[in-house]
Design a protein around this ligand. Sequence first.
Ligand SMILES: Cc1cc2nc3c(=O)[nH]c(=O)nc-3n(C[C@H](O)[C@H](O)[C@H](O)COP(=O)(O)OP(=O)(O)OC[C@H]3O[C@@H](n4cnc5c(N)ncnc54)[C@H](O)[C@@H]3O)c2cc1C
Length: 395
Amino acid sequence: MDLNLTASELKFRDELRAWLAANVPKDWDEWREESLEARFDYLKKWQRKLYEGGWAGISWPKEFGGRGVSLMEQVIFWQEMARAEAPPLANVLGLGIIGPTIIAFGTDAQKRRHLSKILSAEEIWCQGFSEPNAGSDLASLQTDARLDGGHYVLNGQKVWTSYGWAADWCEVVVRTDPSAPQHEGLTVLLMDMKTPGVEVRPLRQMTGETEFNEVFFRDARVPVENVVGQVNDGWKVAMGTLMHERGTFGAGLQIIYKRNMSRLIELSRTTQRNGRPAAQDPLIRQKLAQCYGEIEVMRLNQMRAFSRISATGVPGPEGSIQKIFWSELNQRFQQVAQEVLGPYGQLDSGSEYAIDNGAWSYGYLRTRGNTIEAGTSEIQRNIIGHFVLGLPRSY
Ligand SMILES: Cc1cc2nc3c(=O)[nH]c(=O)nc-3n(C[C@H](O)[C@H](O)[C@H](O)COP(=O)(O)OP(=O)(O)OC[C@H]3O[C@@H](n4cnc5c(N)ncnc54)[C@H](O)[C@@H]3O)c2cc1C
């Protein structure tokens, strides 16, 4: 593993850095503490700007609007975005996991129809996998899809569908053969969210946002040409999506964590605890140093994973190691932040303690979901035990 950037990667980084310096919107600070719903149009416009500058979905093939760059350059992209404190992209699931799934498994017609609109944020995507009785055990999902002429007719329910309220399209996993063994009767469909019979109901989270939703299907008709991959072979397609979600998705997180860490260190110098700056409290110092070390470990672990994916071309089960590490580290860090800030940590937006997406209180509350979304920590450990360490299955 060589951690140094090559000459062409350095050139790429410098070009991107210059573009971001000229184009990151100056008024982002005024928007970043707004709720996701309120700032969503702003984020769509920002993604459109990146697209027009040739910086959206850069790892995608050139024929579909990408740059066909290497994984390493993709990682550099996320790192530079974080370093420039650029706004996040609106079509986060379309770009990060659903577009790559269509590229890997979709038909030519599906690629032509969907990919450029994902890049430009003209069409926003959501991921309809989880159901009330099928989260960790995704293969037990029950949303029923019966063939009727040239359509599948969907009945059932999805839940925790992030961005469902904003989405134009959904990658949905359905059961097309109820008589087949669990993993074998599933199919992945691309579904227009405006299809009659699709109802989206928001779920309010403890952060106050309605980032995710329940989605109900009542005789919703999806054309057969919207099947991704083979009928009844949807498990393979769905796992491809999840590998992207766990593998490369967290590339820019390390820089964001490091930036938040620097802010917390600064705050620890000025925030009083027991009559002296928190930075002078031995326990707080230990905890800050521990977090700092862990954020460095995260960087090195990610580099190892990325260099492995570069060699194999696909994210593997090792992505679960990244997923566990970034999600649990983020929770530990937010806990330390609350200990440093004391009662100030409960302040909402508009305070000097604000960080990305709102205040420290937002960060603390939102990170609780990190160890659940994209597969819980227990499930990631099961995957590592079985597929990485070769241990027998526990379930
Ligand atoms: C912020 C957020 C965003 C999300 N966005 C989406 C989205 O866009 N689309 C989507 O489809 N889903 C989404 N989800 C849902 C997410 O994928 C599920 O919540 C997750 O897979 C867990 O499923 P569950 O909630 O049904 O919990 P369960 O599967 O019921 O798990 C309950 C508990 O049991 C444990 N457990 C279950 N099985 C095992 C086992 N075999 N071994 C050990 N422990 C086990 C779990 O770890 C957990 O602690 C999101 C969730 C969150 C929190």
